[in-house]
Design a protein around this ligand. Structure first.
Ligand code: HDD
Length: 693
C-alpha cells in the first residue's frame, strides 16, 4: 500500500501539510455526516491517474456547489458574447482527425463568451480578475467547447478545491461584500494556505488581469489535452489564442476609474467594434509534444498550475477565429449559452489532469439547475448545427416532438430507420493505460509550487514587475488579518527575494514575512520572454480609439488630416466637445462632437489630442474636467498630441514634456503623433509620476 505523500509545505509552526488547512473546530463531514479524511485530493486510480466516478465526496461537494445559484452562473456570471467563425489554415490531419481541422475552405461557426470570474452578472467589467475565454465550435461532428481563461494556469490542481477557491474569492458570506474583488481576507487567507496558487497569483496580480479590451487578450485552454489522428497515433496538446491585433492592458488607476465611468467598458467595446465592422480576430495555436518530452520536464503536464514555455515548445498557428456578429438577444444567447469542457469531438481527447477531470462532471451538472433541466442543448445557441439523433426523451422543457413508438436500442421495430452506434465515425476514447491503487493522493510530480512563479517574475519587464508589486501591495493592504499578510510575504520571498522585499516595503512590513518551507526548493528555470506583454507588444492602432478634445474655433482641415491618418491605421477618431451640442469651427462650419467632455473622460481612449483655439484656453484652464482629462491621459502613460495653443493647459496640469507629449505644428507632426501613438504607452514616464515600489 502506498503511503500518503509527504506534504509539501511546512509552516513556521512546524505543521506539515500539502496545503495548510488552518486550525479546525470539528470534523469535516459530507452532507449525510460521513467524516471526510481528505479534502484536498479527489479519488483517482494512481496518483497521476483518472478521477473515479466512485468519489462520492467529490461528487457531493461539486454537485452542491454547482447548484448554489439560480439562475446566474456561479462563476463567470458577467460575460459578453459574439458569433463568428473559425477557419483552419491547412489540414491538421497529421495531428488530429477532428473534422473541423481538415479543410481550409470550411468556416466552422463559433460562439465566444468572455467573462470575469468573481463578480455577479451586474458587476463592472474592470475588476482585477481572470477573464473567461470560452469558445463553442459548432463542427460537423458535434460541438467542441474550448472553455479556457486569459491566463494559462489555474489557482488549484484538483477540482476538489474549486468550491473552496470560489467561496474564498466571492463576497464574504456574512457581510455580502466585496463584490467582484479578490482584495479581502477570505481570498488571501485561502490562497496563502495553498502554495499551489502562487503561480496563478503572479498572473492575477499582473497586467493580464486588467485587459484593455476583450478583443486584446490572449486565451488558453489551460489543461493539457490529447489529439489523435486517423491512424490512432496521439500527442499531447495545449491550446493558445492570440489576438491578431495585439494584446494590451490598462494601468490600474485607469481600471479603477473605468469601472466607475463605464462599468460596461468591455461589453460596449466588443459590441461597438463588431457593429463598426472592426471584427476581433484570434489565432489558434497548438503546443504539440509527446510523452517523452512530458516526462523530461521537472514538472507535470497534468498539473494545471504549470505552463510549458513557448521557448521549449513553440506555438504552431493552425487557424483563425473571426467574431463578426453580435448576438440578436443577450439573454437567449450570451446568458443561455452552456459551455462544457466535456464537449469534445473525435480527434480530441482529455488528459488525466485532476482539475480537468472534475470539470468534465461539473458543467453538465451546473446547467441542470441554471437552465432548468436536461434539455438545455435544445436552446438554439447550444444546439449542434449538425444532425443529432438518439433515444433520450422527455424531461423538463422538452421542445422536440419525437415520433414513433420506439425510444430504446437495440430494437427491431423501427425497421432500421432509427439511430445506431457507428464504430467508424463515432467518438473513441484513446486507450490510455491506467493503473494504480485507488487513492486520494497528489502526485509527487505536482509538488513544486515556486519555480514557475519565479520564472514568471523573471520574465517580466521592469514596468510589469512594478505593477505586480503594486497589485500585491493593494490587495494585501486591504487584508485586515496581519497573519495572512505575513504568510503571503513568506511565499513571495520564496518566489523571488526582490518581489518579497518590494512588497514588504510597500506594506511597511519589512522583516515580518513568515518563513515558509517549500516541499521542493524552487528551481531557476530559464525565463520566458514570450510571457511579457510589454516586450511582445505589437505597434498598432488597429481597433484603438484616439480622443480629440476640441473647443469652439476648431481647425477642420487639421482634424480631417488626422482622421485620414488614423483610419489608415484602423483606428477611430472620437471628437470631444465642450458640450454635446454643435461646435462652431474656424471655417464657419459646424462640427457635432461624438461626446461632451463630461461624458468622455480620457480613460476611454488609447491616445489623445488637444486641439483648443487659443482664445478658449484661459476659460478651459478653469475647468477641472479639462485638467483632469489631460492629467489622467498623462498619468495613464498615453501619448498626448497638442496644438501649441494648448500649452497653458499642460502647464496647469503639471505635465512635463517627454517623448510622448508631442506638439502638433502641421501635417508632419500629425504623422509623428500617429507613429508614436502606434508604439503604445510611454513606460519610461511611469517612474517619474508614481514612486517605484
Ligand atoms: Fe469553470 C464556468 C473556465 C475550473 C466549474 N469556467 C466557466 C466559464 C469559464 C470557465 C470560461 C464560463 C463559461 C461561459 O462563458 O459560460 N473553469 C474555467 C477554467 C478552469 C475552470 C479555465 C480551470 C482551468 N470550473 C473549473 C473547475 C470547476 C468549474 C475546477 C468545478 C469543478 N465553471 C464551473 C461551473 C461553471 C463554470 C460551475 C459556472 C457556470 C457554468 O459552468 O456554466 O460549472
Amino acid at each position: 500500500m502506498k503511503k500518503p505523500q509527504p506534504n509539501p509545505i511546512e509552516t513556521a509552526g512546524g505543521e506539515t501539510h500539502q496545503t495548510n488547512p488552518g486550525k479546525h473546530g470539528c470534523p469535516l463531514t459530507t452532507n449525510v455526516g460521513i467524516p471526510v479524511a481528505d479534502n484536498q485530493n479527489s479519488l483517482r486510480q494512481g496518483a497521476r491517474g483518472p478521477t473515479l466516478l466512485e468519489d462520492f465526496v467529490l461528487r457531493e461537494k461539486i454537485t452542491h456547489f454547482d447548484h448554489e445559484r439560480i439562475p446566474e452562473r456561479i462563476v463567470h456570471a458577467r460575460g459578453s458574447g459574439a458569433h463568428g467563425y473559425f477557419q483552419v489554415y491547412e489540414s491538421q490531419a497529421a495531428i488530429t482527425q477532428a473534422a473541423f481541422l481538415q479543410d481550409p475552405s470550411v468556416k466552422t461557426p463559433v460562439f465566444a463568451r468572455f467573462s470575469t470570474v468573481a463578480g455577479g452578472a451586474g458587476s463592472g467589467d474592470m475588476p482585477r480578475d481572470v477573464r473567461g475565454f470560452a469558445v463553442k465550435f459548432y463542427t460537423e461532428e458535434g460541438n467542441f467547447d474550448l472553455v479556457g481563461n486569459n491566463i494559462p494556469v489555474f489557482f488549484i490542481q484538483d477540482a476538489m478545491k474549486f468550491p473552496d477557491l470560489v467561496h474564498a474569492v466571492k463576497m464574504e458570506p456574512d457581510r455580502g461584500f466585496p463584490q467582484a474583488a479578490s482584495a479581502h481576507d477570505t481570498f488571501w487567507d485561502f490562497v496563502s494556505l495553498m502554495p499551489e496558487s502562487m503561480h496563478m497569483l503572479m498572473w492575477a496580480m499582473s497586467d493580464r488581469a486588467i485587459p484593455r479590451s476583450l478583443r486584446m487578450m490572449q486565451g488558453f485552454g489551460v489543461h493539457t489535452f490529447r489529439m489523435r489522428n486517423a491512424e490512432g497515433a496521439w500527442q499531447f496538446v495545449k491550446f493558445h489564442w492570440r489576438p491578431l491585433h495585439g494584446s494590451a492592458s490598462v494601468v490600474w488607476d485607469e481600471a479603477v476609474k473605468l469601472n466607475g465611468a463605464d462599468p460596461d467598458f468591455h461589453r460596449r467595446d466588443l459590441w461597438e467594434a463588431i457593429e463598426r465592422g472592426v471584427f476581433p480576430e484570434f489565432e489558434l495555436s497548438l503546443q504539440v509534444f509527446d510523452e517523452a518530452f512530458a516526462d523530461s520536464l521537472p514538472y507535470d503536464v497534468l498539473d494545471a498550475t504549470k505552463l510549458i514555455p513557448e521557448e521549449l515548445i513553440p506555438l504552431q498557428p493552425i487557424g483563425r477565429m473571426v467574431l463578426d456578429r453580435n448576438p440578436d438577444n443577450f439573454f437567449a444567447e450570451t446568458e443561455q449559452v452552456a459551455f462544457c469542457p466535456a464537449n469534445i469531438v473525435p480527434g480530441i481527447d482529455f488528459s488525466e489532469d485532476p482539475l480537468l477531470q472534475g470539470r468534465l462532471f461539473s458543467y453538465l451538472d451546473t446547467q441542470l439547475s441554471r437552465l432548468g433541466g436536461p434539455n438545455f442543448n435544445q436552446i438554439p445557441v447550444n444546439a449542434p448545427r449538425c444532425p443529432m439523433h438518439n433515444f433520450q426523451r422527455d424531461g423538463l422543457r422538452q421542445m422536440a416532438v419525437p415520433k414513433g413508438r420506439v425510444a430504446y436500442e437495440p430494437n427491431s421495430l423501427d425497421e432500421g430507420q432509427g439511430p445506431r452506434e457507428d464504430p467508424q465515425r463515432g467518438f473513441q476514447s484513446l486507450p490510455i493505460p491506467a493503473q494504480g491503487d485507488k487513492v486520494r493522493e497528489r502526485a509527487e510530480s505536482f509538488a513544486d509550487h515556486y519555480s514557475q512563479p519565479r520564472l514568471f517574475w523573471n520574465s517580466m519587464s521592469a514596468p510589469e514587475q512594478a505593477h505586480i508589486v503594486s497589485a500585491f501591495a493593494f490587495e494585501l493592504g486591504k487584508v485586515d488579518t496581519r497573519a495572512i499578510r505575513k504568510r503571503m510575504l513568506g511565499h513571495l520571498e520564496l518566489i523571488h527575494a526582490d518581489l518579497g522585499r518590494r512588497v514588504a516595503s510597500a506594506l511597511g512590513m519589512e522583516g515580518e514575512a513568515e518563513s515558509v518551507k517549500p516541499a521542493r526548493m524552487p528551481l531557476d528555470l530559464a525565463p520566458s520572454p514570450a510571457l511579457s506583454l510589454i516586450a511582445g507588444a505589437q505597434e498598432t492602432l488597429h481597433g484603438r480609439k484616439v480622443g480629440v478634445l476640441l473647443s469652439e474655433g476648431a481647425d477642420t482641415d487639421l482634424l480631417g488630416k488626422l482622421k485620414v491618418l488614423l483610419e489608415a491605421e484602423g483606428a477611430q477618431m472620437v471628437l470631444i466637445g465642450p458640450r454635446a451640442g454643435k461646435v462652431l469651427a474656424a471655417d464657419g462650419s459646424h462640427l457635432i462632437p461624438d461626446f461632451a467632455l463630461a461624458a468622455a473622460p480620457s480613460i476611454f481612449f488609447d491616445a489623445v489630442v488637444l486641439m483648443p483655439r487659443e482664445a478658449e484656453v484661459a476659460a478651459m484652464a478653469q475647468l477641472a474636467a479639462v485638467i483632469d482629462w489631460i492629467r489622467d491621459a498623462y498619468g495613464h502613460l498615453k501619448v498626448i498630441g497638442h496644438l501649441p495653443a494648448a500649452q497653458p493647459l499642460l502647464d496647469k496640469a503639471a505635465i512635463a514634456p517627454d517623448a510622448g507629449v508631442l506638439p502638433i505644428t502641421g501635417a508632419d507632426a500629425l504623422r509623428d503623433f500617429v507613429a508614436r501613438a502606434k508604439a503604445g504607452r510611454i513606460w519610461a514616464r511611469e517612474p517619474q509620476i508614481r514612486a517605484p515600489v
